[in-house]
Write a protein that binds this ligand. Structure first.
Ligand code: GLU
Length: 451
């Protein structure tokens, strides 16, 4: 029998690095998963010999394309667009579209890889994908945004479909952009299908989808605190970001009796010792989504708050922290500062906001730490519910969806416990999430044979 020698974790990672040169984010995401999976499959010959992790870490396909558009001054602009279809073992590819100047193939491959595990954790039948462009929406007019979205969809439409690949929003892509892309899809194909999620309520969208990622991250936090007999009542929270995820996480923290101290954007963070209450959150939402302003301006609207240019908020003492901005925004040193200041729980609203050093620090100190693939899965989960509603051509009520979101987050927490409970009261949520997500996808892949 021809059997290849099993490589160890280091050998495996060497191969990943060699095959993906200049893709540090992708390598980082694979490393974080591989650390746990190698331990898990040590005595499981079927996963080894079928090379399951090696296959999940090789996207099914990466589509790269030119996106050409005309700006308001009549200049022709050229951007690069991508769709990474990572794995569809348990359902159609599913994952957001990101428009940001930092977008590269590496970033989208890491996001599509993470999404594969995240989507499996939700318990819903969704594979993993991600797309986007290095287009910078900042400072663009509404008409420029529309033209870009239409041009992007003019290529993307041939790669997606309600049973093939269902994109949604992410950084730089909200309801407005989904509208322009859905409009263009419909115009090209003449099909009104659930090909995108995060749609408007009048045209196939779902209630709660906008709130779901932020709310879900807080529900997950509640679940983690409950394992210690604790709640969010009276807790101070430090949150980064000021977009959809951050503002809805803040809203849910306030509803559950906590006090939110910070929000941020790429310019720096604001610290409001009086607490960012619902009225202030509403101001931030309007400021960011309609006025498209900077978080810095918060201190003019609410004196008593301070702005810290060019800084992240992790030095502000808190009980709980929610990184809700972007990848690698919380580094090893920040993790040490948070722990030293008494932070007892971290729930990630963003994807891979904590670098590997930070992850190892949280694990070492055994604090309650949820990786984004578990804690921010509420967004894509409600996207999954939007797909179900589209297929059934019906809409569920807000109460039904709220309950489903809560149940799904509790289910993810439970799956993390199954594989992450280390005894002695310590739950390794990173390990739990990685193994539970892996196992579901892996078992499906085994059923399909070598494909
Ligand atoms: N972009 C979100 C995420 O990172 C949502 C994806 C979706 O709804 O498909 O999970």
């Amino acid at each position: 029998m021809a059997v290849t020698d099993h490589v160890d974790l280091n050998g495996f990672m060497e191969g990943v690095k060699k095959r993906n040169p200049h893709q540090p984010e992708f390598v980082q995401a694979v490393q974080e998963v591989a650390e746990d999976i190698f331990e898990f499959i040590e005595d499981k010959e079927e996963y080894h010999s079928a090379q399951i992790l090696r296959r999940i870490a090789e996207p099914d396909r990466v589509v790269s394309f030119r996106v050409c558009w005309e700006d308001d001054n009549g200049n022709i602009r050229v951007q690069r667009g991508w769709r990474v279809q990572n794995n569809n073992a348990i359902g159609p590819y599913k994952g957001g579209i990101r428009f940001h100047p930092s977008v590269t193939e590496s970033v989208l491959k890491f996001l599509a890889f993470e999404q594969t595990f995240k989507n499996a954790l939700t318990g819903l039948p969704m594979g993993g994908g991600k797309g986007g462009s290095n287009f910078n929406p900042k400072g663009k007019s509404v008409r420029e945004i529309m033209r870009f979205c239409q041009s992007f969809m003019t290529e993307l439409y041939r790669h997606i479909g309600a049973d093939v690949d269902v994109p949604a929003g992410d950084i730089g892509v909200g309801g407005r952009e989904i509208g322009y892309m859905f409009g263009q899809y419909k115009r090209i194909t003449n099909h009104f299908t659930g090909v995108l999620t995060g749609k408007g309520l009048e045209w196939g969208g779902s209630l709660i989808r906008t709130e779901a990622t932020g709310y879900g991250a807080v529900y997950f936090l509640e679940n983690m605190l409950a394992t210690k007999g604790d709640t969010l009542e009276g807790k101070t929270a430090v949150i980064s970001g000021s977009g959809n995820v951050a503002t809805h996480a803040a809203e849910k923290i306030v509803q559950l009796g906590g006090k939110v101290l910070t929000l941020s954007d790429s310019g720096g963070f604001i610290h409001d010792p009086d607490g960012i209450d619902q009225e202030k959150i509403d101001w931030v939402k309007t400021h960011k989504t309609h006025r498209r302003g900077r978080i810095e301006e918060y201190v003019d609207a609410f004196p008593g708050a301070t702005f810290h240019a060019g800084k992240t908020p992790w030095g502000v003492p808190c009980d709980v922290a929610l990184p809700c901005a972007t990848q690698n925004e919380l580094l090893g040193e920040d993790a040490k500062t948070l722990v030293a200041n008494g932070c007892r729980a971290v729930s990630e609203g963003a994807n891979m906001p904590t670098d590997l050093d930070g992850v190892h620090t949280f694990k070492h100190h055994k604090i309650l730490y949820a990786p984004g693939k578990a804690s921010n899965a509420g967004g894509v989960a409600v996207s999954g519910l939007e797909m179900s509603q589209n297929s059934a051509r019906r809409s569920w009520s807000e109460e039904e969806l709220q309950q489903m979101l809560k149940d799904i987050m509790a289910g993810i927490h439970q799956r993390c416990l199954t594989y992450g409970d280390q005894g002695g009261g310590y739950i390794d949520y990173v390990k739990g999430a990685n193994i539970a997500g892996f196992k579901k996808v892996a078992d499906a892949m085994l059923a399909f044979g070598v494909v």
